[in-house]
Design a protein around this ligand. Structure first.
Ligand code: SAH
Ligand code: SF4
Length: 346
């Protein structure tokens, strides 16, 4: 999606300041065509237009309240990926996908329904952020945060994920500080351990827990049945000890995980983890494949009361973009994934 290799090939033998000029055009001025890169010589622009085109093949869908925009992007091999921009005050957060499809098969999530196709490349990951950096530039705004909470399990595409973060962190690209990145994982133990010892990369980590009871968690997230919650708590403890970043515990609200025993198990998990944390309660977003139910209002009220009583630090997250199927668990990368209410933004 961003032709970095082709660019390198095109400027081979050119003076060394060329690369800096090109990166300024790409990332500071967010040019979407080489025609706009007017400080480059005309013959180089013509060559780059041929060998390293900048266009990204996306369709945009804007939510009715205009706070979120979903991009459906066609990749070079004909697969599709989805990316979401969420705006809140001065924050412009891009929610990025890391795989085409997802192998984890969480029963309530649209991304997992059709299985796994392939990892996204480093360029395809960075390209999703650049796509919205271009869009925001027209409004004189910039991307402020990047969350890896789109389609796919980020820690199963580890090398490309880390390469993309390190790249976007560079001063000559998007200059996004490491704390501007958040990774959400379904709990890949090996990946969390590796991430904890990455040099100078204390990014925010979110764990999709959804239940602190092993049997229930295995039903909700059937692929990785071996990862016991005890091991996860130990991994997160280590992550916190190394990075000092507060752990976000994601907890989708279902009928089956909001009883008394669930709250008590959550408290035990948190005690075992021994880290700064916040529990993010996520309302279940409906999608075609899921037959799971939200708790009724009374039960949800009782559950939250119990969390308060147990002194469990929790918030309920606002769901962005439900009307354009752009919220948690609704992304599927299908060209027919957009409901009737969606309007094509541009
Ligand atoms: N694959 C990563 C990132 C995914 S999405 C992960 O699972 O962590 C971000 C959050 O949305 C995850 O916690 C995920 O479990 C949750 N989610 C998935 N489907 C959902 C749905 N239908 N409703 C609400 N949240 C959902
Ligand atoms: Fe994959 Fe995350 Fe969806 Fe589970 S919730 S299927 S890990 S994208």
């Amino acid at each position: 999606m961003i032709p970095l290799e082709q660019i390198d090939a095109a400027i081979k033998g050119q003076p060394s300041y060329r690369k800096a000029q090109i990166y300024r055009a790409l990332f500071t001025n967010t040019c979407s065509s080489w025609r706009e890169a007017t400080d480059l010589p005309a013959d180089l622009r013509a060559q780059l237009t041929q060998s390293a085109p900048l266009a990204i093949d996306s369709r945009f869908f804007e939510s009715e309240d205009e706070r979120s925009i979903k991009a459906l992007t066609r990749l070079a091999d004909g697969n599709y990926t989805e990316t979401v921009l969420m705006r809140a005050g001065s924050r412009n957060t891009v929610c990025v996908s890391t795989q085409v499809g997802c192998a984890m098969g969480c029963v309530f999530c649209a991304s997992g329904q059709n299985g796994f196709t392939r990892n996204l490349t480093f360029e395809e990951i960075v390209g999703q952020v650049l796509l919205f950096a271009r869009k925001l530039k027209a409004e004189d705004r910039v991307v402020t945060n990047v969350v890896f909470m789109g389609i796919g399990e980020p820690l199963l595409n580890y090398d490309n994920l880390i390469a993309a973060i390190r790249f976007m962190n560079r001063k000559d690209t998007l200059d996004l500080g490491v704390r501007r990145f958040s990774i959400s994982t379904s709990g890949i133990s090996r990946g969390i351990k590796k991430l904890a010892v990455e040099d100078s990369l204390a990014v925010n980590l979110a764990i999709s827990l959804h239940s602190a009871i092993n049997e229930k968690r295995a039903k909700l997230m059937p692929v990785d049945q071996r990862t016991r919650t005890g091991l996860l708590a130990a991994n997160l403890k280590e992550y916190f000890a190394k990075t000092k970043r507060k752990i976000m515990i994601e907890y989708v609200l279902l009928e089956m995980n909001t009883g008394r025993e669930d709250a008590l198990a959550l408290r035990d998990f948190i005690n075992e983890m021994g880290a700064a944390y916040v529990v993010n309660l996520i309302p279940l977003n409906e999608n075609d494949g899921s037959n799971h139910k939200s708790p009724d209002r009374r039960d949800l009220y009782d559950f939250k009361e119990l969390l308060t009583e147990l002194k469990i630090n929790h918030v309920q997250r606002h769901s962005f973009g439900t009307d354009i199927a752009a919220a948690c668990g609704q992304l599927a990368g299908r060209t027919d994934a957009s409901p009737a209410r969606t309007r094509n933004a541009r």
